[in-house]
Design a protein around this ligand. Structure first.
Ligand code: 3PG
Length: 217
């Protein structure tokens, strides 16, 4: 799958949701109830970061749930693309991009959402054929104002801003034409997962989902 096809798949998938919850799961036993709560709340596109030893098994379990589109986040090395794909991940997310990760995702047929935060990084990814990028770290890099300024001369790029986003500032990003959805860990606090508080998580997901209507999505 080449970068253009990769971005086309992800644009189609991500335009259905205002928010991609970013989860760092430490115990794959929570995979099913956690994904079910998010899906019931309206957020069926989920990113599991490959930063824990439970990540791949969590992806495997979530990938089996009907309607769940699960991706692997924090892809830094080429081997992680193959591992994510064989666990059932439907896409990969990286905080930046490297030739080796881009190549591995292409070879594995794993759609990639690569990260970019400067005009040069965005230009380089556009050159490679990507049109949908993770704007990371969104808030630390200047927030929605920075993204709005960057998208002026780079109107062909679409973004999923991530990093420091919450219910309070998500609206400002979603109001930009270049923003398809946002990503964030705020939807699912680790404490709620550890406590098995699925009802609350469903409620927070539903609350985040309302951003869709506000942004006209
Ligand atoms: C990550 O990879 O951790 C994401 O960018 C999430 O960022 P956040 O915790 O600031 O939402």
């Amino acid at each position: 799958m080449n970068p253009g096809q990769s971005s086309t798949f992800l644009l189609q998938t991500c335009k259905e949701v205002p928010v991609i919850p970013v989860l760092e799961v430490t115990d794959d036993a929570v995979a099913e109830p956690l994904a079910a709560a998010l899906i019931e709340g309206g957020l069926h596109v989920i990113e599991i970061t490959l930063r824990t030893s439970a990540a791949l098994q969590t992806i495997e379990k979530m990938a089996r749930l009907p309607g769940c589109v699960v991706g692997a986040g924090s892809i830094l090395k080429p081997g992680q693309a193959a591992a994510a794909k064989s666990a059932g991940a439907e896409f990969g997310v990286s905080p930046g991009s490297s030739d080796s990760v881009v190549r591995a995702c292409r070879d594995e047929g794993l759609p990639l959402l690569p990260g970019a935060v400067t005009a040069s990084e965005i230009m380089s990814l556009l050159d490679q054929g990507f049109s949908f990028l993770k704007f990371f770290p969104a808030e630390a890099a200047g927030g929605y104002r920075a993204l709005k300024a960057l998208s002026g001369p780079l109107p062909q790029a679409r973004f999923c801003p991530t990093g420091g986003i919450n219910l309070g500032n998500a609206r400002q990003y979603l109001a930009l034409d270049c923003v398809v959805c946002v990503g964030g860990s705020w939807v699912v606090p680790g404490e709620a997962v550890r406590a098995g508080n699925w009802k609350e998580i469903r409620r927070w997901a539903a609350e985040a989902y309302t951003l869709n209507a506000e942004s006209g999505g």
